[in-house]
Design a binder for this molecule. Structure first.
Ligand code: AMP
Length: 500
């Protein structure tokens, strides 16, 4: 099936071809003709499947005739996060380039009066997060009775983030005669109930099971042992491994995931100190303008290493991202699938490498169980601090401290000789990732899903077991090899021992 079989206008087909797409994805092939006929859709699909175009493309053709009145948008797209909303807006720019439609964003964290001014001019497509939309509505700047098409995107995220009451309120203000499209990565009973209430005889489309993995992603796992039990040493060793991976893999662009906001800062600063001057960070506490700017730089290639948390990365759409590094193994297996699904999208090849320590064993097990297959152990995995050149433990201490003078930035990293190319991570893995439920980025008015960051940023050496639960501490102690503590600490042999 080709795009020209779907009933789209010539202008759209041209824009699609300009975007470089040759064939519709399964959700596009199934949804687009139905939406053009005005049928409601219940789509079970994750990001990465092309679902955004499956609703933006037909919407552009449907809205092509007609004009919007002031404060009365003709269509409404609800998104759980600001980033997702911004990405949908990007889609309208790309696909709507031969049309005269206008769109506006109503999202938290940005100037409301500017947004209201746009509404006053009349918008064909309003893309909004529920909190900001209700705010503007309650202030009387918005009328919803002209909305002919409603899209509720990532409904399960809305549920996770407590947005459903707002969504219900919003839908109650819309005309009964409308087309409604509801997309969700998963279909928990609450979403099914919502669908039953909001949709009329919908076409149900399921394009892939949640938590399946994509064929285009080569996965690997570096097991770091020999760092002892001290959390600061472990974190330091992981940062060394990360740098080695970057040097070996030479990613075109990569996302580096940390489990905690605090570690996002630590890892970012460490990379910066080591001369990776195209690194940046993204987390939920950053002001919206900086987040958007960082994302734009990542998309343009000015930033190539983006350190972020799950929450900040939600919805990030970078079509050609080459690598994902999990600086921390996620504690929820779903998050792993979600993270690695940032790469290997839309048929492109990607590499996802996770850095694990022995205490991550239970999380690795859960991930492998969810995916139904083991993750290959990367050749870089250390074996207890032997100090061999491939051993993560062999990076000199002064390098970690960031002593300068060996050249800076991406080129510096790239000029180094990569590690032997027998890394198993480079082999294609049979499975690949789609997007299961995971943390969603809270809008300003949403409950935060991330662990709070401490007021002051801590240096790399600080993260301690103080924040760990007793059971985690027990687990650390139980799963790490005592031998590692002795042999992994240092190559230095005290003088008195040399006599033996
Ligand atoms: P989405 O699932 O909407 O987040 O889309 C995932 C990625 O696939 C985006 O980068 C789109 O630009 C890209 N994409 C969407 N449709 C197609 C298509 N038919 N062919 C190739 N790439 C596509």
């Amino acid at each position: 099936m080709s795009f020209s079989d779907l009933g789209l206008s010539d202008e759209l087909l041209k824009a699609i071809s300009d975007a470089g797409y040759t064939d519709p994805t399964p959700i596009q092939a199934q949804a687009i003709p139905q939406v053009l006929m005005g049928r409601d859709i219940l789509g079970c699909a994750q990001t990465g499947t092309g679902k955004t175009a499956s609703f933006t493309l037909p919407m552009i053709d449907i809205l092509a005739s007609g004009r919007a009145k002031a404060r009365m948008p003709r269509s409404l797209i609800l998104e759980p996060t600001r980033e997702l909303a911004a990405q949908v807006a990007d889609n309208f720019e790309i696909y709507g380039k031969y049309h005269k439609l206008n769109h506006a964003l109503l999202i938290g964290g940005e100037n409301m009066s500017e947004q209201i001014k746009r509404l006053e001019k009349g918008v064909d497509v309003l893309i909004a997060t529920p909190g900001r939309l209700m705010d503007v509505f309650d202030r009387g700047h918005l009328l919803l009775r002209d909305v002919k098409i409603l899209v509720i995107d990532e409904a399960d995220r809305m549920l996770d983030m407590g947005f459903i009451p707002d969504v219900e309120k919003i839908v109650s203000k819309l005309p009964q005669m409308r087309t409604t499209l509801l997309f969700s990565a998963t279909m928990p009973p609450e979403i099914k109930r919502l669908a039953d209430r909001f949709l009329i005889n919908p076409k149900e489309i399921t394009v892939s099971k949640p938590a399946t993995a994509a064929e285009t992603i080569a996965q690997g796992l570096v097991m770091v042992t020999g760092a002892g039990r001290d959390q600061a040493s472990i974190a330091k060793r992981k940062r060394e491994v990360l740098r080695k991976l970057i040097e070996r893999e030479q990613p075109k662009n990569a996302i580096i995931f940390c489990n905690r906001k605090r570690d996002v800062d630590v890892v970012y600063k460490s990379l910066e100190r080591h001369g990776y001057n195209t690194a940046a960070r993204l987390h939920g506490d950053m002001v919206q303008s900086v987040r958007m700017e960082t994302l734009a730089k990542f998309k343009s290639g000015d930033v190539t290493l983006l350190v972020c948390s799950d929450v900040a990365a939600r919805g990030l759409d970078i079509p050609l991202m080459s690598h994902v590094f999990n600086f921390d193994v996620p504690t929820h297996a779903d998050d792993y699938v979600h993270r690695i699904g940032r790469t290997g999208r839309a048929g492109h090849k990607g590499v996802a490498i996770s850095i694990a320590v022995p205490s991550d064993g239970k999380y690795v097990d859960a991930i492998e169980k969810l995916m139904g297959r083991p993750i290959e152990r990367d050749a870089m995995s250390s074996t207890g601090g032997s100090g061999s050149s491939d051993d993560a433990t062999s990076v000199p201490e002064k390098e970690e401290r960031g002593e300068r003078g060996r050249g800076r930035g991406r080129d510096r990293g790239r000029s180094r000789k990569p590690a032997p190319a027998d890394a198993k991570a480079a082999e294609p893995a049979p499975d690949a990732a789609a997007e299961p439920a995971a943390n969603a980025e809270p809008a300003q008015d949403a409950p935060k899903a991330e662990a709070p960051a401490p007021a002051a940023e801590e240096p790399a050496a600080k993260p301690s077991r103080a924040r760990k639960s007793r059971s985690d501490q027990r687990n650390d102690a139980g799963t790490m090899d005592d031998k590692d503590v002795v042999f992994g600490q240092s190559d230095q042999v005290p003088a008195f021992l040399k006599n033996f």
